[in-house]
Design a protein. Structure first.
Length: 169
């Protein structure tokens, strides 16, 4: 058995452009890391409030891929708002909503959990028996859909596909 280990979550869905179709085509499973986007999908961060205290970003707000300034965008907060609404409507936590969404992706074998406490782990393990209803999944899919970069998918990429060498030098 072979599986891939990409970063994949409601805030990082770009792998759906090429990696997921390839995994589907060749029968590969996926065990995504960072299913809660470094804590962003846990519900603990607030709009325009730089974290402090005993969290990854509280200890260092500019830490790697979770960097607060990089993630503090309207697109991020739109996803978090819908995830919070779904959590309220289902009685789940935001983390459970994000994990349930990910676990229901067709190629995902199991997400790699990064829980720091027994309480977090217990809450995460419940997700194995959860499935979001289609309406909630559709709302999360719509708000978190990956934005296609101009290259290689947009107009620049299309122009590049038709380039030809002509003439001398």
């Amino acid at each position: 058995p072979v599986s891939l280990q990409p970063q994949y979550n409601l805030l990082t869905r770009q792998i759906e452009l090429e990696v997921v179709p390839a995994a589907t085509e060749y029968g590969l499973g996926m065990m995504p890391w960072s299913p809660l986007a470094g804590g962003w999908l846990s519900g603990k961060y607030r709009r325009d409030e730089v974290p402090s205290g005993a969290t990854r970003l509280g200890e260092n707000p500019h830490r790697g891929m979770e960097d607060y300034d990089r993630r503090n965008t309207e697109a991020t907060w739109s996803v978090l708002d819908v995830a919070a609404q779904v959590a309220d409507e289902t009685g789940l936590t935001m983390a459970q909503v994000a994990l349930a969404w990910l676990a229901d992706r067709p190629q995902v074998t199991a997400p790699i959990l990064g829980n720091r406490t027994i309480e977090q782990l217990s809450a995460s393990l419940v997700v194995g028996d959860l499935h979001l209803d289609p309406e909630h999944t559709a709302r999360l899919d719509a708000v978190s859909a990956p934005v296609l970069p101009d290259y290689p998918y947009g107009e620049l990429g299309i122009q590049q596909r038709h380039r030809k060498l002509t003439g001398g030098r």
